[in-house]
Design a protein around this ligand. Structure first.
Ligand SMILES: [Ca+2]
Ligand SMILES: [Ca+2]
Length: 486
Protein backbone atom coordinates (compact mmCIF):
# COMPACT_ATOMS: atom_id res chain seq x y z
CA UNK A 1 0.00 0.00 0.00
CA UNK A 2 2.69 2.45 1.01
CA UNK A 3 4.66 1.37 -1.96
CA UNK A 4 1.88 2.40 -4.29
CA UNK A 5 1.49 5.76 -2.60
CA UNK A 6 5.17 6.54 -3.03
CA UNK A 7 5.58 5.20 -6.50
CA UNK A 8 2.79 7.10 -8.14
CA UNK A 9 4.18 10.59 -7.57
CA UNK A 10 7.70 9.30 -8.12
CA UNK A 11 6.84 8.07 -11.58
CA UNK A 12 5.33 11.36 -12.51
CA UNK A 13 8.38 13.15 -11.17
CA UNK A 14 10.87 11.08 -13.09
CA UNK A 15 8.82 11.05 -16.29
CA UNK A 16 10.24 8.11 -18.15
CA UNK A 17 13.85 8.23 -17.10
CA UNK A 18 13.10 5.84 -14.26
CA UNK A 19 10.42 3.93 -16.09
CA UNK A 20 11.90 0.70 -14.90
CA UNK A 21 11.30 1.64 -11.31
CA UNK A 22 7.72 2.50 -12.06
CA UNK A 23 6.12 -0.85 -12.22
CA UNK A 24 7.98 -2.55 -15.06
CA UNK A 25 9.44 -5.77 -13.73
CA UNK A 26 13.11 -5.01 -13.36
CA UNK A 27 14.23 -8.39 -14.51
CA UNK A 28 12.58 -8.27 -17.89
CA UNK A 29 14.41 -5.25 -19.17
CA UNK A 30 17.31 -5.28 -21.57
CA UNK A 31 20.45 -3.68 -20.22
CA UNK A 32 19.51 0.02 -19.92
CA UNK A 33 21.48 2.98 -21.09
CA UNK A 34 23.91 4.39 -18.57
CA UNK A 35 22.07 6.41 -15.97
CA UNK A 36 23.61 9.11 -13.89
CA UNK A 37 23.05 8.24 -10.30
CA UNK A 38 24.65 8.46 -6.95
CA UNK A 39 26.39 11.73 -7.47
CA UNK A 40 23.91 13.99 -5.81
CA UNK A 41 24.72 15.11 -2.32
CA UNK A 42 22.30 17.38 -0.58
CA UNK A 43 21.50 18.42 2.93
CA UNK A 44 18.66 15.92 2.73
CA UNK A 45 21.24 13.12 2.61
CA UNK A 46 23.08 13.94 5.81
CA UNK A 47 23.46 10.74 7.78
CA UNK A 48 21.77 8.60 5.15
CA UNK A 49 23.38 5.26 4.43
CA UNK A 50 22.77 1.70 3.31
CA UNK A 51 23.60 -0.18 6.48
CA UNK A 52 22.92 -3.65 5.19
CA UNK A 53 22.79 -5.37 1.81
CA UNK A 54 22.73 -9.16 1.63
CA UNK A 55 22.04 -12.18 -0.56
CA UNK A 56 19.41 -14.63 0.66
CA UNK A 57 19.46 -16.79 -2.48
CA UNK A 58 21.19 -17.10 -5.85
CA UNK A 59 20.42 -19.83 -8.34
CA UNK A 60 20.31 -20.49 -12.04
CA UNK A 61 18.55 -22.99 -14.25
CA UNK A 62 18.53 -23.33 -18.01
CA UNK A 63 19.97 -19.91 -18.58
CA UNK A 64 17.82 -18.02 -16.06
CA UNK A 65 19.52 -16.58 -13.01
CA UNK A 66 17.49 -15.60 -9.95
CA UNK A 67 18.98 -13.65 -7.08
CA UNK A 68 17.29 -12.21 -4.02
CA UNK A 69 18.22 -10.61 -0.75
CA UNK A 70 17.60 -7.82 1.70
CA UNK A 71 18.62 -4.24 2.29
CA UNK A 72 18.40 -1.72 5.09
CA UNK A 73 18.93 2.04 5.10
CA UNK A 74 19.45 4.50 7.91
CA UNK A 75 17.63 7.78 8.60
CA UNK A 76 16.92 10.01 6.83
CA UNK A 77 16.98 7.52 3.93
CA UNK A 78 13.62 5.86 3.41
CA UNK A 79 14.24 3.95 0.17
CA UNK A 80 17.07 2.44 -1.80
CA UNK A 81 18.23 2.66 -5.38
CA UNK A 82 19.55 -0.68 -6.68
CA UNK A 83 21.59 -1.64 -9.73
CA UNK A 84 22.17 -5.24 -10.88
CA UNK A 85 25.30 -6.21 -12.81
CA UNK A 86 26.12 -9.57 -14.38
CA UNK A 87 29.80 -9.96 -15.18
CA UNK A 88 30.22 -6.20 -14.97
CA UNK A 89 27.33 -5.34 -17.28
CA UNK A 90 24.32 -3.54 -15.83
CA UNK A 91 21.13 -5.43 -16.61
CA UNK A 92 18.55 -3.68 -14.44
CA UNK A 93 17.97 -0.97 -11.83
CA UNK A 94 15.12 0.12 -9.63
CA UNK A 95 14.03 2.05 -6.58
CA UNK A 96 12.80 -0.09 -3.72
CA UNK A 97 10.77 1.16 -0.80
CA UNK A 98 10.35 -0.46 2.59
CA UNK A 99 7.91 -3.25 3.03
CA UNK A 100 5.28 -3.40 5.73
CA UNK A 101 5.20 -2.31 8.48
CA UNK A 102 5.48 1.22 7.23
CA UNK A 103 7.96 2.42 9.81
CA UNK A 104 10.62 -0.01 8.59
CA UNK A 105 13.61 1.17 6.64
CA UNK A 106 14.34 -2.21 5.15
CA UNK A 107 13.07 -4.46 2.44
CA UNK A 108 13.98 -7.12 -0.05
CA UNK A 109 15.41 -7.10 -3.55
CA UNK A 110 14.92 -9.51 -6.41
CA UNK A 111 16.65 -9.92 -9.75
CA UNK A 112 16.13 -12.42 -12.50
CA UNK A 113 17.37 -12.60 -16.05
CA UNK A 114 16.91 -15.17 -18.78
CA UNK A 115 19.17 -16.09 -21.66
CA UNK A 116 22.43 -16.12 -19.73
CA UNK A 117 25.18 -18.30 -21.20
CA UNK A 118 26.25 -21.39 -19.32
CA UNK A 119 29.51 -21.14 -17.43
CA UNK A 120 30.62 -19.05 -14.48
CA UNK A 121 29.16 -15.63 -13.75
CA UNK A 122 29.13 -13.01 -11.04
CA UNK A 123 26.03 -11.11 -9.92
CA UNK A 124 26.77 -7.78 -8.30
CA UNK A 125 24.23 -5.57 -6.56
CA UNK A 126 24.91 -1.88 -5.85
CA UNK A 127 22.74 0.11 -3.49
CA UNK A 128 22.46 3.82 -2.79
CA UNK A 129 20.34 5.31 -0.01
CA UNK A 130 17.42 7.38 -1.27
CA UNK A 131 15.56 10.14 0.52
CA UNK A 132 12.02 10.53 -0.71
CA UNK A 133 10.32 13.69 0.48
CA UNK A 134 7.63 16.11 -0.51
CA UNK A 135 10.22 18.11 -2.41
CA UNK A 136 11.55 15.24 -4.49
CA UNK A 137 13.96 12.33 -4.54
CA UNK A 138 17.56 12.45 -3.47
CA UNK A 139 19.90 9.59 -4.34
CA UNK A 140 22.72 9.90 -1.86
CA UNK A 141 26.15 9.12 -3.08
CA UNK A 142 28.66 9.02 -4.44
CA UNK A 143 29.67 5.49 -3.42
CA UNK A 144 27.18 2.63 -3.32
CA UNK A 145 27.23 -0.30 -0.96
CA UNK A 146 28.11 -3.33 -3.07
CA UNK A 147 27.77 -7.08 -2.75
CA UNK A 148 28.58 -9.78 -5.27
CA UNK A 149 28.37 -13.52 -5.56
CA UNK A 150 29.54 -15.95 -8.23
CA UNK A 151 27.62 -18.89 -9.57
CA UNK A 152 27.97 -21.49 -12.30
CA UNK A 153 25.27 -22.26 -14.79
CA UNK A 154 25.74 -25.88 -15.93
CA UNK A 155 25.93 -26.44 -19.67
CA UNK A 156 23.58 -28.97 -21.20
CA UNK A 157 25.49 -32.01 -22.41
CA UNK A 158 25.06 -33.77 -25.72
CA UNK A 159 26.98 -36.75 -24.38
CA UNK A 160 29.74 -38.15 -22.20
CA UNK A 161 32.84 -39.26 -24.08
CA UNK A 162 34.27 -41.11 -21.11
CA UNK A 163 38.06 -41.09 -21.49
CA UNK A 164 38.06 -41.62 -25.24
CA UNK A 165 41.26 -41.04 -27.19
CA UNK A 166 41.88 -41.05 -30.92
CA UNK A 167 40.59 -39.62 -34.15
CA UNK A 168 36.86 -38.91 -34.28
CA UNK A 169 35.84 -39.86 -30.76
CA UNK A 170 32.51 -38.22 -31.59
CA UNK A 171 30.86 -36.75 -34.66
CA UNK A 172 27.57 -34.88 -35.01
CA UNK A 173 26.20 -31.57 -36.22
CA UNK A 174 25.73 -28.34 -34.30
CA UNK A 175 23.00 -27.12 -36.65
CA UNK A 176 19.73 -27.12 -34.77
CA UNK A 177 21.45 -27.18 -31.38
CA UNK A 178 20.97 -24.33 -28.93
CA UNK A 179 23.32 -21.46 -28.23
CA UNK A 180 24.05 -21.28 -24.52
CA UNK A 181 27.82 -21.24 -24.55
CA UNK A 182 29.76 -18.14 -25.51
CA UNK A 183 33.40 -19.06 -26.20
CA UNK A 184 35.85 -16.82 -24.42
CA UNK A 185 38.29 -16.58 -27.35
CA UNK A 186 35.97 -14.96 -29.88
CA UNK A 187 33.89 -11.86 -29.46
CA UNK A 188 31.80 -12.73 -32.47
CA UNK A 189 29.87 -15.92 -31.75
CA UNK A 190 26.17 -16.53 -31.52
CA UNK A 191 26.50 -20.03 -32.93
CA UNK A 192 24.84 -23.15 -31.55
CA UNK A 193 27.11 -25.68 -29.88
CA UNK A 194 27.38 -29.28 -28.74
CA UNK A 195 28.92 -29.96 -25.36
CA UNK A 196 30.52 -33.19 -24.19
CA UNK A 197 32.00 -34.37 -20.93
CA UNK A 198 35.41 -36.01 -20.95
CA UNK A 199 37.50 -37.48 -18.13
CA UNK A 200 41.29 -37.63 -18.22
CA UNK A 201 42.44 -41.29 -18.26
CA UNK A 202 45.82 -40.30 -16.78
CA UNK A 203 47.69 -37.19 -15.71
CA UNK A 204 49.19 -35.52 -18.73
CA UNK A 205 48.78 -33.25 -21.70
CA UNK A 206 46.15 -33.82 -24.37
CA UNK A 207 45.32 -32.03 -27.60
CA UNK A 208 41.69 -31.73 -28.68
CA UNK A 209 40.93 -30.74 -32.26
CA UNK A 210 38.03 -30.40 -34.67
CA UNK A 211 40.06 -31.45 -37.72
CA UNK A 212 37.57 -33.02 -40.13
CA UNK A 213 34.76 -30.56 -39.32
CA UNK A 214 32.98 -28.97 -42.27
CA UNK A 215 32.59 -25.46 -40.88
CA UNK A 216 34.35 -22.65 -39.00
CA UNK A 217 34.55 -24.18 -35.53
CA UNK A 218 35.48 -22.71 -32.17
CA UNK A 219 36.50 -25.16 -29.45
CA UNK A 220 36.37 -24.35 -25.75
CA UNK A 221 37.36 -26.62 -22.87
CA UNK A 222 36.34 -25.69 -19.35
CA UNK A 223 36.06 -27.01 -15.83
CA UNK A 224 32.36 -27.75 -15.27
CA UNK A 225 32.72 -27.38 -11.51
CA UNK A 226 33.93 -23.79 -11.68
CA UNK A 227 33.16 -22.73 -15.23
CA UNK A 228 36.82 -21.74 -15.61
CA UNK A 229 38.10 -21.91 -19.17
CA UNK A 230 40.92 -24.44 -19.67
CA UNK A 231 41.54 -23.51 -23.28
CA UNK A 232 39.79 -21.95 -26.24
CA UNK A 233 40.72 -21.72 -29.92
CA UNK A 234 39.09 -20.52 -33.09
CA UNK A 235 41.47 -21.30 -35.96
CA UNK A 236 44.63 -23.41 -35.97
CA UNK A 237 47.35 -24.29 -38.48
CA UNK A 238 45.93 -21.82 -40.98
CA UNK A 239 42.61 -23.66 -41.11
CA UNK A 240 39.16 -22.77 -39.78
CA UNK A 241 39.26 -25.74 -37.43
CA UNK A 242 40.31 -25.53 -33.81
CA UNK A 243 42.94 -27.04 -31.54
CA UNK A 244 43.21 -26.82 -27.75
CA UNK A 245 45.97 -28.39 -25.66
CA UNK A 246 45.41 -28.86 -21.93
CA UNK A 247 47.32 -30.44 -19.07
CA UNK A 248 45.05 -32.21 -16.60
CA UNK A 249 45.15 -34.69 -13.74
CA UNK A 250 44.05 -38.31 -13.83
CA UNK A 251 40.29 -38.50 -13.31
CA UNK A 252 39.79 -34.79 -13.91
CA UNK A 253 36.49 -34.17 -15.63
CA UNK A 254 36.19 -31.42 -18.16
CA UNK A 255 33.65 -30.34 -20.70
CA UNK A 256 34.32 -29.36 -24.28
CA UNK A 257 32.08 -27.14 -26.30
CA UNK A 258 32.16 -27.47 -30.06
CA UNK A 259 30.95 -24.04 -31.11
CA UNK A 260 31.10 -21.88 -34.21
CA UNK A 261 32.49 -18.57 -35.36
CA UNK A 262 29.77 -15.99 -35.95
CA UNK A 263 26.61 -17.99 -36.42
CA UNK A 264 28.32 -20.89 -38.25
CA UNK A 265 27.10 -24.42 -37.69
CA UNK A 266 27.78 -27.74 -39.40
CA UNK A 267 29.02 -31.29 -39.17
CA UNK A 268 32.00 -31.81 -36.90
CA UNK A 269 34.18 -34.40 -35.28
CA UNK A 270 36.32 -34.21 -32.19
CA UNK A 271 39.77 -35.80 -32.08
CA UNK A 272 41.67 -36.34 -28.86
CA UNK A 273 45.41 -36.81 -29.12
CA UNK A 274 47.01 -38.69 -26.19
CA UNK A 275 49.91 -36.27 -25.65
CA UNK A 276 50.65 -32.69 -26.70
CA UNK A 277 50.03 -32.18 -30.41
CA UNK A 278 52.83 -29.62 -30.61
CA UNK A 279 54.98 -30.55 -33.60
CA UNK A 280 52.46 -33.07 -34.94
CA UNK A 281 52.82 -33.23 -38.73
CA UNK A 282 50.74 -36.23 -39.77
CA UNK A 283 48.01 -38.36 -38.22
CA UNK A 284 46.34 -41.01 -40.34
CA UNK A 285 43.84 -43.30 -38.64
CA UNK A 286 41.96 -46.12 -40.34
CA UNK A 287 38.98 -45.29 -38.13
CA UNK A 288 38.35 -41.82 -39.49
CA UNK A 289 38.62 -39.71 -42.59
CA UNK A 290 38.91 -42.64 -45.01
CA UNK A 291 37.29 -41.95 -48.38
CA UNK A 292 36.47 -45.24 -50.06
CA UNK A 293 34.29 -46.67 -52.78
CA UNK A 294 33.76 -50.36 -53.31
CA UNK A 295 36.29 -51.02 -50.59
CA UNK A 296 39.05 -49.07 -52.36
CA UNK A 297 40.56 -46.02 -50.66
CA UNK A 298 41.12 -42.85 -52.66
CA UNK A 299 41.88 -40.48 -49.77
CA UNK A 300 43.02 -40.63 -46.16
CA UNK A 301 42.43 -37.46 -44.13
CA UNK A 302 45.38 -36.09 -42.19
CA UNK A 303 44.08 -35.45 -38.67
CA UNK A 304 47.18 -33.48 -37.63
CA UNK A 305 45.59 -30.29 -38.91
CA UNK A 306 48.33 -29.79 -41.52
CA UNK A 307 46.11 -30.96 -44.38
CA UNK A 308 48.74 -33.43 -45.52
CA UNK A 309 46.06 -35.78 -46.82
CA UNK A 310 47.21 -38.97 -48.57
CA UNK A 311 45.41 -39.62 -51.85
CA UNK A 312 45.56 -41.57 -55.08
CA UNK A 313 43.17 -41.11 -57.98
CA UNK A 314 44.21 -44.12 -60.08
CA UNK A 315 41.68 -46.82 -59.10
CA UNK A 316 44.16 -49.67 -59.59
CA UNK A 317 46.56 -48.01 -57.15
CA UNK A 318 43.98 -47.56 -54.38
CA UNK A 319 44.54 -49.64 -51.23
CA UNK A 320 41.77 -51.74 -49.71
CA UNK A 321 39.75 -50.80 -46.65
CA UNK A 322 39.42 -53.86 -44.44
CA UNK A 323 36.85 -53.32 -41.70
CA UNK A 324 37.17 -54.87 -38.24
CA UNK A 325 40.61 -56.18 -39.11
CA UNK A 326 42.43 -55.32 -35.90
CA UNK A 327 40.70 -55.27 -32.52
CA UNK A 328 37.46 -54.39 -34.29
CA UNK A 329 39.05 -51.48 -36.09
CA UNK A 330 39.71 -51.02 -39.80
CA UNK A 331 43.07 -51.16 -41.55
CA UNK A 332 44.22 -50.15 -45.00
CA UNK A 333 45.58 -53.12 -46.91
CA UNK A 334 48.29 -52.62 -49.49
CA UNK A 335 48.63 -55.64 -51.77
CA UNK A 336 51.76 -55.02 -53.80
CA UNK A 337 50.51 -52.34 -56.21
CA UNK A 338 48.98 -49.62 -54.03
CA UNK A 339 50.12 -46.39 -52.44
CA UNK A 340 48.82 -43.04 -51.24
CA UNK A 341 50.73 -39.83 -51.95
CA UNK A 342 50.82 -36.90 -49.51
CA UNK A 343 49.52 -33.54 -50.64
CA UNK A 344 52.93 -32.10 -49.72
CA UNK A 345 56.38 -33.41 -48.95
CA UNK A 346 56.84 -34.10 -45.24
CA UNK A 347 60.31 -32.97 -44.14
CA UNK A 348 61.19 -33.85 -40.56
CA UNK A 349 64.36 -32.63 -38.85
CA UNK A 350 63.63 -34.30 -35.49
CA UNK A 351 61.26 -37.07 -36.47
CA UNK A 352 59.22 -39.24 -34.16
CA UNK A 353 57.13 -41.55 -36.34
CA UNK A 354 54.70 -44.25 -35.20
CA UNK A 355 53.26 -46.92 -37.46
CA UNK A 356 50.77 -49.63 -36.52
CA UNK A 357 51.35 -52.12 -39.29
CA UNK A 358 51.93 -55.71 -40.37
CA UNK A 359 54.09 -57.19 -43.11
CA UNK A 360 52.05 -59.43 -45.39
CA UNK A 361 54.87 -60.33 -47.79
CA UNK A 362 55.61 -64.01 -47.52
CA UNK A 363 59.09 -63.90 -49.06
CA UNK A 364 62.23 -62.56 -47.42
CA UNK A 365 62.41 -59.28 -49.29
CA UNK A 366 61.69 -55.60 -48.76
CA UNK A 367 58.87 -53.13 -49.45
CA UNK A 368 57.91 -49.64 -48.38
CA UNK A 369 55.86 -48.43 -45.45
CA UNK A 370 56.79 -44.78 -46.08
CA UNK A 371 58.78 -43.76 -49.10
CA UNK A 372 59.77 -41.06 -51.57
CA UNK A 373 57.79 -39.83 -54.54
CA UNK A 374 58.22 -37.34 -57.36
CA UNK A 375 61.78 -36.08 -57.27
CA UNK A 376 62.19 -36.18 -53.50
CA UNK A 377 65.16 -37.72 -51.75
CA UNK A 378 65.44 -41.51 -51.55
CA UNK A 379 64.27 -41.69 -47.94
CA UNK A 380 62.42 -44.71 -46.60
CA UNK A 381 60.88 -46.65 -43.77
CA UNK A 382 60.41 -50.21 -44.94
CA UNK A 383 59.83 -53.76 -43.89
CA UNK A 384 62.98 -55.78 -44.43
CA UNK A 385 62.61 -59.54 -44.50
CA UNK A 386 60.40 -61.09 -41.85
CA UNK A 387 62.02 -59.60 -38.79
CA UNK A 388 63.51 -56.21 -39.57
CA UNK A 389 62.72 -52.66 -40.53
CA UNK A 390 65.12 -50.49 -42.47
CA UNK A 391 65.48 -46.74 -42.36
CA UNK A 392 67.05 -44.67 -45.09
CA UNK A 393 67.29 -41.27 -43.50
CA UNK A 394 70.16 -39.97 -45.16
CA UNK A 395 71.98 -42.68 -43.20
CA UNK A 396 70.88 -46.26 -43.64
CA UNK A 397 70.07 -48.33 -40.56
CA UNK A 398 68.64 -51.79 -40.14
CA UNK A 399 66.80 -52.69 -36.95
CA UNK A 400 65.85 -56.21 -35.97
CA UNK A 401 62.43 -55.84 -34.36
CA UNK A 402 61.29 -59.48 -34.34
CA UNK A 403 58.48 -61.05 -36.32
CA UNK A 404 57.09 -58.29 -38.48
CA UNK A 405 54.42 -60.50 -40.01
CA UNK A 406 52.28 -59.80 -36.96
CA UNK A 407 50.77 -56.39 -36.11
CA UNK A 408 53.06 -54.19 -34.05
CA UNK A 409 53.45 -50.59 -33.03
CA UNK A 410 56.71 -49.46 -34.57
CA UNK A 411 58.28 -46.17 -33.54
CA UNK A 412 61.31 -44.34 -34.92
CA UNK A 413 62.83 -41.30 -33.22
CA UNK A 414 65.80 -39.08 -34.02
CA UNK A 415 66.93 -36.68 -31.29
CA UNK A 416 70.00 -35.18 -33.01
CA UNK A 417 72.44 -37.76 -31.69
CA UNK A 418 70.88 -41.13 -32.52
CA UNK A 419 68.06 -42.88 -34.30
CA UNK A 420 66.11 -45.17 -32.00
CA UNK A 421 63.75 -47.89 -33.17
CA UNK A 422 61.01 -49.22 -30.85
CA UNK A 423 58.59 -52.09 -31.19
CA UNK A 424 55.51 -52.05 -28.97
CA UNK A 425 57.17 -49.45 -26.74
CA UNK A 426 60.40 -51.45 -26.32
CA UNK A 427 63.69 -50.04 -27.64
CA UNK A 428 65.07 -52.48 -30.24
CA UNK A 429 68.06 -50.60 -31.67
CA UNK A 430 70.05 -47.36 -31.52
CA UNK A 431 72.02 -45.88 -34.43
CA UNK A 432 74.33 -42.93 -33.73
CA UNK A 433 74.01 -39.97 -36.09
CA UNK A 434 74.54 -36.24 -35.95
CA UNK A 435 73.16 -35.43 -39.38
CA UNK A 436 71.23 -32.19 -39.63
CA UNK A 437 69.54 -33.24 -42.88
CA UNK A 438 65.80 -33.71 -42.86
CA UNK A 439 63.99 -37.01 -43.29
CA UNK A 440 61.81 -36.53 -46.35
CA UNK A 441 58.76 -38.72 -46.84
CA UNK A 442 56.19 -38.33 -49.58
CA UNK A 443 53.97 -41.38 -49.74
CA UNK A 444 52.56 -44.41 -47.95
CA UNK A 445 53.24 -47.83 -49.46
CA UNK A 446 55.72 -47.33 -52.31
CA UNK A 447 59.22 -46.29 -53.34
CA UNK A 448 58.47 -43.93 -56.22
CA UNK A 449 56.45 -46.32 -58.50
CA UNK A 450 57.80 -49.65 -57.23
CA UNK A 451 58.69 -51.74 -54.19
CA UNK A 452 55.05 -51.50 -53.18
CA UNK A 453 54.00 -52.48 -49.69
CA UNK A 454 52.37 -55.82 -49.06
CA UNK A 455 50.94 -55.18 -45.66
CA UNK A 456 48.30 -53.60 -43.45
CA UNK A 457 48.43 -50.18 -41.84
CA UNK A 458 46.03 -49.10 -39.09
CA UNK A 459 47.52 -45.80 -38.02
CA UNK A 460 50.47 -43.49 -38.75
CA UNK A 461 51.55 -40.60 -36.53
CA UNK A 462 54.48 -38.33 -37.40
CA UNK A 463 56.03 -35.52 -35.37
CA UNK A 464 58.73 -33.09 -36.21
CA UNK A 465 59.87 -33.23 -32.59
CA UNK A 466 61.86 -35.81 -30.69
CA UNK A 467 59.24 -36.90 -28.17
CA UNK A 468 60.44 -37.53 -24.65
CA UNK A 469 60.65 -41.15 -23.50
CA UNK A 470 57.53 -40.51 -21.45
CA UNK A 471 55.59 -39.10 -24.41
CA UNK A 472 56.79 -41.86 -26.68
CA UNK A 473 55.67 -44.43 -24.12
CA UNK A 474 52.29 -42.72 -23.81
CA UNK A 475 51.65 -42.70 -27.55
CA UNK A 476 52.83 -46.32 -27.80
CA UNK A 477 50.47 -47.26 -24.97
CA UNK A 478 47.59 -45.47 -26.68
CA UNK A 479 48.22 -47.38 -29.92
CA UNK A 480 48.79 -50.72 -28.20
CA UNK A 481 45.63 -50.28 -26.18
CA UNK A 482 43.60 -49.17 -29.16
CA UNK A 483 44.66 -52.14 -31.27
CA UNK A 484 45.15 -54.70 -28.49
CA UNK A 485 48.83 -55.14 -29.30
CA UNK A 486 51.39 -56.64 -26.91
CA1 LIG B 1 27.56 -20.94 -28.77
CA1 LIG C 1 37.44 -21.45 -36.51
Amino acid sequence: MRRALIRTPLCALLSGLMLLACGVPESEEAPPEELEVGTRESAMCSGASVSSLTFSALSSYQGEVIGMGNWKVEYPANAVFLEYYLDGVRYAYSDRTPEEPVNNREGSWHFSQQGIACGSHTLEVRAWPVVLSSTGRDVCGPTPKTISQSYTEPCQLSGDLGSALGAKVVSASTCGATNNLKPSCVSNSSAPERIYAWTAPYSGTFTFTTVGASYDTVLQLYNPATGATLGCNDDSNGTLQSSVTVTVSAGQRLELGVDGYGSACGAFQVNVFPVSGTGLKLWLSGSAGVTSSGGRVSAWLDHSGNRRDATISDAARQPYLINSALNGKPVLRFAGAQSLVFSSLMQLSRPTVFVVAKNNKSTESFHMILGPAGTSANHQLRFENGSQVLLVTPGTYTSTVGNNRAYHTLAVRYDGSAWNVFRDGVLKSTHASTSSATWDLYQVGAWFGQYFLEGDIAEIIAYDRALSDSELGTVSSYLRGRYALP
